[in-house]
Design a protein around this ligand. Structure first.
Ligand SMILES: [Zn+2]
Length: 238
């Protein structure tokens, strides 16, 4: 389970969700004690076992060292509100921030965009500053509701899922959908995208549990190959 936090961090960083040491992924503790999340001060891809914390639903560190991330409330309140959610992601993915600034609906232009089945992505508008209190975390959890992900204008995104594979894929798909739409809008007016019926059908076809798992497995293999290549390039230790 701790391993899945590390894997999710490496996959998210590889997929463009890194922002130096900011952004995090949390996995629900199987014993119900809270969430497993990295301590502050490390990038998503740098995290080792020793950097993990078990943070209670009262935002207290039960295992591990240091204080929790200021924005741990994001994960705690989403998981408190949604018992089926076992993993949450918060990142400052740049395409998501840029797209949210346009204030325009997210369209099902690509398979990625069909994740929302033709509905616009939820947006958390209470603040563009840090989600630094339980009250803000609850407001964000309310905004997300049962959606796979939400934009946080002037800040980033949040994603959730029943499993690490689902939460990470939801974050990856939202960022990609934003990037595709930014690319299209930069070139001209967007004229062709799925109607609600096609978007709903594509959500079921493209983003079933099996497909989400297959996408996650691919990203994990890619991240592990990258890590191995980096290790191979290191000079031999004396
Ligand atoms: Zn943040």
């Amino acid at each position: 389970m701790k391993q899945s936090v590390l894997q999710a961090g490496r996959v998210l960083a590889m997929a463009g969700h890194g922002d130096m040491v900011w952004g995090h992924v949390a996995v629900r503790d199987p014993g119900g004690r809270g969430i497993w999340i990295k301590a502050p001060g490390r990038g998503l891809e740098e995290v080792q076992d020793r950097h993990l914390q078990l943070v209670s639903f009262d935002a207290e560190v039960l295992e591990g060292a240091g204080t929790p991330h200021i924005e741990a409330h994001i994960h705690l309140e989403i998981m408190r509100r949604n018992p089926a959610v076992t993993c949450t992601v918060h990142s400052h993915a740049q395409a998501a921030v840029a797209f949210a600034a346009l204030g325009t609906p997210l369209l099902p232009i690509s398979h990625d965009g069909a994740l929302f089945a033709g509905q616009d992505v939820p947006r958390f508008t209470a603040t563009g500053a840090l989600v630094s209190t339980a009250a803000l975390g609850r407001a964000l959890a309310d905004t997300l509701g049962g959606a796979p992900a939400a934009l946080m204008p002037r800040h980033g995104l949040v994603a959730a899922g029943a499993g690490v594979h689902a939460a990470v894929m939801h974050a990856v798909l939202l960022e990609r959908a934003c990037r595709v739409q930014l690319t299209a809008m930069a070139a001209g007016p967007v004229r062709d995208f799925s109607d609600p019926a096609e978007a709903e059908a594509k959500r079921r076809q493209c983003w079933s549990e099996t497909q989400l798992k297959a996408g996650w497995d691919y990203l994990l293999r890619q991240a592990e190959r990258g890590a191995q290549t980096a290790a191979d390039l290191l000079p031999p230790s004396p």
